[in-house]
Design a protein around this ligand. Structure first.
Ligand code: CO
Length: 132
């Protein structure tokens, strides 16, 4: 069912420092920071030939990643995002498999429908599915 790896999201305590690591040390193409207030994050997009890395930093009081950064002050991998053709069918398949779907299908940071899956059902990793 899952297709391409769309992105890996990494929470960082310092976006400028994280950008410098990917741009200067690793030699990747790195965007300027983009505020996504409706998602409670500021994001830097790192473009790789076959996928993207998203550096995330909390934005605002109710950021969904604030607690992650409290628990992981040095930052860390937050989720992986796989593409699916049909998000409704994917949600149904996950529920039938007994996997926990977190909340409802919503519009994600790329203006496409996404859903999140519980890390305890997916090898300890928060999984995002995005309708490509
Ligand atoms: Co994501």
């Amino acid at each position: 069912m899952i297709g391409k790896l769309n992105h890996v999201a990494i929470v960082v305590p310092d976006l400028a420092a994280g950008s410098a690591v990917y741009r200067d040390t690793l030699g990747a193409t790195v965007s300027d920071p983009v505020d996504l207030p409706e998602h409670g994050v500021t994001t830097v997009f790192v473009e790789l030939p076959n996928t993207k890395i998203e550096l995330l930093h909390p934005l605002g009081e109710a950021s969904p990643i604030a607690r992650f950064l409290e628990n992981n002050p040095a930052g860390g991998v937050h989720h992986v995002c796989y593409e699916v053709e049909d998000i409704e069918a994917a949600a149904e398949r996950m529920r039938k498999a007994g996997a926990r779907v977190l909340g409802d299908i919503r519009i994600g940071a790329h203006d496409k429908p996404v859903l999140f899956l519980h890390p305890k059902d997916f090898c300890g990793t928060l999984v995002e599915l995005e309708q490509a």
